[in-house]
Design a protein around this ligand. Sequence first.
Ligand code: 5AD
Ligand code: SF4
Length: 470
Amino acid sequence: MSEKIHMIEDIDEKQFEYMNLVSEIMEIRKRGEKPLAFIHTYGCQQNVADSERIKGMLEQCGYSFTDDVNQADFILFNTCAVREHAEDRVFGNVGALKSLKRRHPSILIALCGCMMEQEHIANRIYKSFPFVGLVFGTHSLQNFPELLYNSLVSGKRTFEIGNDDRKIYEGIPIHRDGTFKGWLPIMYGCDNFCSYCIVPYVRGRERSRDPEVVISEAKKMIKSGYKDITLLGQNVNSYGKNLDTDINFASLLKKIDSIDGDYLLRFMTSHPKDCTKELIDTIAQGKHISTHLHLPFQSGSDRILKLMNRKYDREKYLEIVNYAKEKIHGLSLTSDIIVGFPGETYEDFKETISLVREVEFTSLFTFIYSPRVGTPAAKMDDPVPYEEKSKWFRELLDVQEEIAAKRCSEMVGSNLRVLVEGVNEKTGELNCRTSGNIVVEVPGSPELVGDFCNVQITKARNWILKGIIK
Ligand code: 5AD
Ligand code: SF4
């Protein structure tokens, strides 16, 4: 029996009192006008889902939202720490707010999310960005109304970097960005400690939400018209570990799939070490489950996979991929790859290329290794220069471009069900997405946005498909 390591609680009632208090203060300060919040989210969908909760709380604090940073009373960046590039962008964009704060001293500038859970980053913000008034980490989200209230009332800088990484707080209000496409977190944190990755340090231990709460949220979303629902977690395949209930990801997926309605159920991210045949069978037999499987393999070299602490090898990865190919009709596979892990040689990299050629992914998310302070990989010898890694990276992109073009051209002539997601600003055509997560552009009426349509694929332009509505 595994140890039950976390507790599920409702957010503290007093946070709702703080929401009312903020709303009263802002009503006086703005003389009855609605205060405006500008929220910018960096990074993964988990961050997007967190921002939707922050927006939910802000809404109850009386705020409306603006896309114009110059109009905002409250500015928040929800940050990502996964690579240095993401952090540099945050520093650049925060720096650019200095003059705005000088011109409008009453605005409150806040930073939250994964970057803020790193001590060296919080220290840098404290010292170098004195105009940032509020900083809180991923573990302090449920106290946001209180933090906001205290900042507004005291005018003092507030830094709240939590360590409460074993709890789940339910009952936080949500303001969803989309009306037909939505995110549904099923778990938080990660226990895998891949040697390059900062996530377990900034998002804390892996903890699953109660299945009943997840199922009831899914039912509500389906009832209110959500057509495309993505179940979120750093490693959804290990859902249910440490819960008292006897449930795993495949059985959760089955339960949600049995809810009546016309919708598509997606999920991410999967870890190959926990991706079971039971899960593949569940996808294959699903009524609503997407045929897209995002299964990051990171490297094709067993030597590098060991150094990465990934706990599977190339053979195990190919075994599950081949099983999925055999069972799931219309399977679309995507993956994440890191190029230039410390000590990786060109021979190792060639193993990655050969795996990419063997599997033929629909698309890839490729990254050059970025050292993260505090991770084991950051202490490993890394002799290959960045320019060399960039060359390998471009080689990988070229190979994948060729494969994606081939995969897309194979789809010409097929009939697919797609969700119409929006209107393409340049072409005026409809942007649609297949169950396999491939973009299709079709001519059609904007009224179709948010509906499923059947389309025939007529053309493939690189990795984008063109079609007509049938
Ligand atoms: N450097 C480069 N890429 C990284 N990723 C995670 N950590 C790092 C890092 N330090 C990539 C992995 C992961 C994706 C979300 O980001 O490929 O799957
Ligand atoms: Fe990072 Fe690995 Fe966890 Fe993914 S599974 S979040 S790569 S530690």
